[in-house]
Write a protein that binds this ligand. Structure first.
Ligand SMILES: [Mn+2]
Length: 467
């Protein structure tokens, strides 16, 4: 083990020890991000804390701005544990820690400054030479901490679902993620197969699988059952045979090929076909201990459902699923997921049918005005989906706008692979100059800016990206 890896390991142990020995008379606030990575991280840590009989409160944040961090530290708790955020507020948190608040951070976002571990106890792979955007997510870090305490191997599939939520599986898992997946497979927790990537897996009725697939988003199919019926019939696949729903497993290879190629046509133009096909066929990660008929058997579906719960304001259902609850909680989560699909589908339809008014494309850069029609918690997802559609074939980077309130805009940026640009860094720099703030990863980032600076933001970003 290299020196760097050793330091990373030591830090995992340090955080694990701190949690294991957390004094029960101190009150603790756990604050996490509302996406799938944040919810799975919260689920893993909540399981551990419950087992330790440590009382704590759990809360979720959607944007994680300085204001949010300030509100976390001002609530009067003795200790706070920030998950999937906090790295970009180290300086501020360090000052607060000096005043007596105990601060723990488990995060994988890029730091904006080098930090010498001092008063904060922080676990971030970037401080140890590891690439937090590809090699491990917060849920993976939470798992490593749990594992150090012993007996938490069964939580590994949950950690993998978190990494999937942050799209770290795309192009295959790397680094620590790869190791975690290998361990999950070797120990029989997860099974990996190559299959058509539709909701519910190979045994799910094809009609509903199509309707429920959000990732990839299939224009005219996602969330429209009668269109799915028509689509299948038109390409010669009967949705029902002898009174039983037809599933992926019932199709022969030729029918499967037709299905995929017709779906690819729906999603992408000629040039985008290869990447759309890649999204449609790929590794599926099965949670072995989940029932075959369970809607969260496929860890990508689990991740999508958790993300939907968070975005729609029901992160708690997601945490319950991570802690092993099913029944009513799962039924509620599925209801939320249905509403989420409908929201996405109507937002996409709205943008595409008002393309001229809503989208401004220039030099491979698209600006999408989603104010008044897209919630600030959904704009990132919608921007990602739009960037993959054929209408955005010429676009390398898409920037979506939505309203936080009357004074502020949420801006979400998504880049196609290999633009060579660090979107998180660029968005952080531009927003800071415009009385805003933000950051994120290389290919996915976000920021908040005052409404009055929208045009300036567009101008500055365009200038930064022009050759
Ligand atoms: Mn994350």
């Amino acid at each position: 083990m290299g020196k760097i890896r050793k330091r990373f390991e030591d830090q995992v142990i340090a955080v694990a020890n701190a949690i294991a020995n957390f004094p029960k008379d101190r009150n603790l606030l756990v604050a996490s991000h509302i996406d799938a990575d944040g919810i799975t991280s919260a689920g893993i840590i909540s399981t551990v804390l419950s087992d330790l009989h440590v009382p704590f409160h759990l809360t979720f944040f959607k944007q994680i701005l300085t204001g949010d961090v300030k509100s976390v530290v001002s609530k009067g708790y003795d200790s706070v544990l920030l998950m999937d955020f906090g790295t970009s507020h180290i300086e501020f948190l360090d000052r607060i820690a000096e005043e007596g608040l105990e601060v723990y951070i488990i995060d994988h976002h890029q730091p904006t400054l080098e930090y010498e571990p001092g008063r904060l106890l922080i676990l971030n792979p970037y401080f140890h030479g590891l690439d937090g955007s590809r090699e491990i997510s917060t849920s993976g870090l939470a798992y490593l901490i749990a594992k150090k305490m012993g007996g938490y191997e069964h939580l590994l599939p949950i950690a993998i679902a978190g990494a999937i939520g942050d799209r770290q599986h795309e192009g295959g898992f790397h680094g620590l993620n790869r190791k975690l997946l290998k361990y999950a497979v070797d120990s029989g927790l997860v099974r990996v197969i190559n299959e058509v990537n539709l909701f519910g897996g190979p045994k799910h009725p094809l009609l509903f699988a199509l309707e429920r697939t959000v990732d990839p988003y299939i224009p005219g199919i996602t969330s429209d059952q009668s269109a799915c019926f028509e689509f299948l019939t038109n390409i010669g696949i009967e949705p029902m045979k002898q009174g039983a729903w037809v599933t992926l497993r019932d199709l022969d290879e030729q029918k499967k090929r037709i299905l995929v190629s017709e779906l690819v046509k729906r999603i992408a133009s000629e040039s985008g076909k290869a990447s759309a096909a890649k999204k449609l066929i790929g590794e599926i990660y099965y949670w072995n201990f989940e029932d075959d008929s369970s809607p969260i058997k496929d860890l990508r579906d689990f991740s999508t459902i958790l993300n939907a719960c968070g975005r729609m304001g029901y992160g708690g259902f997601g945490v319950a699923l991570c802690m092993g609850y099913r029944g009513w909680y799962l039924a509620q989560a599925l209801k939320v997921y249905q509403e989420y699909r409908q929201n996405i589908s109507s937002a996409i339809k709205n943008i595409l049918s008002n393309f001229k008014e809503r989208v401004y494309v220039h030099n491979g850069l698209a600006f999408i005005s989603g104010e008044d029609i897209i919630q600030d918690t959904m704009i990132g997802t919608i921007t990602s989906i739009l960037l993959g559609l054929k209408e955005f074939e010429q676009v390398e980077i898409a920037i979506g706008f939505s309203k936080v309130n009357d004074n502020y805009l949420k801006v979400s940026g998504r880049a196609k692979a290999n633009t060579g640009l660090n979107l998180g860094k660029v968005m952080s720099e531009i927003s800071v100059n415009l009385e805003g703030e933000g950051g994120g990863h290389r290919l996915a980032a976000g920021c908040t800016i005052p409404v009055k600076y929208k045009d300036k933001f567009i101008k500055e970003l365009s200038a930064r990206l022009s050759p």
